[in-house]
Design a protein around this ligand. Sequence first.
Ligand SMILES: NC(=O)C1=CN([C@@H]2O[C@H](COP(=O)(O)OP(=O)(O)OC[C@H]3O[C@@H](n4cnc5c(N)ncnc54)[C@H](O)[C@@H]3O)[C@@H](O)[C@H]2O)C=CC1
Ligand SMILES: NCC(=O)COP(=O)(O)O
Length: 315
Amino acid sequence: MLALTMGDPAGIGPEIAQGAWRALRGELPFVLIGAESMGRPVDSVAEAASIFAEALPVLPVALPVAPAPGRPDLRNAPAVIESIARAVELFRDGDVGGVVTNPIAKSVLKQAGFPHPGHTEFLAALYDAPGREVMMLAGPSLRVVPVTIHLSLREAIDRLSTEEIVRVARTTDRALRRDFAIPAPRLAIAGLNPHAGEDGYMGMEEIVLIRPAIAQLRAEGIDASDPLPPDTMFTEAARARYDAAICMYHDQALIPLKTIDMANGVNVTLGLPLVRTSPDHGTAFDIAGRGLADPSSLVAALRMADRIARNRSIA
Ligand SMILES: NC(=O)C1=CN([C@@H]2O[C@H](COP(=O)(O)OP(=O)(O)OC[C@H]3O[C@@H](n4cnc5c(N)ncnc54)[C@H](O)[C@@H]3O)[C@@H](O)[C@H]2O)C=CC1
Ligand SMILES: NCC(=O)COP(=O)(O)O
């Protein structure tokens, strides 16, 4: 059994939850933590399991304002956050094997006073482990991991460090072994600059920051590549040579992933005890409530959370 959060109730979360239930009703049970109107209300995870074949079970969270598709309301922000916190509580209590989150609108939560840039950082705070979180986006033909996450591009470059590259790559190596059952992971390390710096001619970060990190990783027995030119490391032939790409900033990682695998990409949080996945897309306010939302990425996220939970139980 998995817990699914509602995300922003004005986004596509509620309708893709129904779509995922239709796709998985005979296969993989989950319970939505959301408004009563989003499915059939239940009192417990056990009751959710017993009715899953008939309807999408919902553990209710009270929404102060009825959601209007495409029009997020700040007054619902506390309920959005409560849904995430309750899902984590269910995981901690052993009632569910993993948590899958529907998309939240970061700017809306920020306006409501939420201090975290996204789920990833919030979940680390709930585990009292800020700075241990790592974000992976995993699709059928590519896994990417940004070293810096929700920062402006300027700040991301300023904050890049050898220590962070080592921490993120080390966490990724461990997760590939334990969560993805890959016994000898191969990591591709992206350069930051055009042509991976061209021997310092087009930037020094590869020499000053990235190569020392690679030396440290190799000393630990981790299979890490030299800094790769970012413009050619995502071709089909290049992707066949690694299990995950360690990227230097958010868009360097997410642009190739979403271009190649948008419909089946999954966001996975590494580095925490929690099993957490999410669809790779956002709230899609522009199409919410119009019957256009594709639930495939959420279905992939639910399946991946289940697979990770099983891999951990036999590791
Ligand atoms: N895990 C999370 O909570 C995430 C939240 N977001 C949030 O989502 C909000 C909107 O972000 P955007 O950059 O506009 O990205 P988005 O992914 O919501 O939308 C980008 C485009 O893709 C389309 N799209 C997205 N998911 C779709 C689906 N399942 N089926 C059909 N079309 C789909 C949308 O209609 C839109 O045209 C932002 O507030 C952002 O913070 C974004 C990414 C992840
Ligand atoms: N672009 C990915 C993203 O925003 C997901 O963030 P999170 O809410 O999973 O931390």
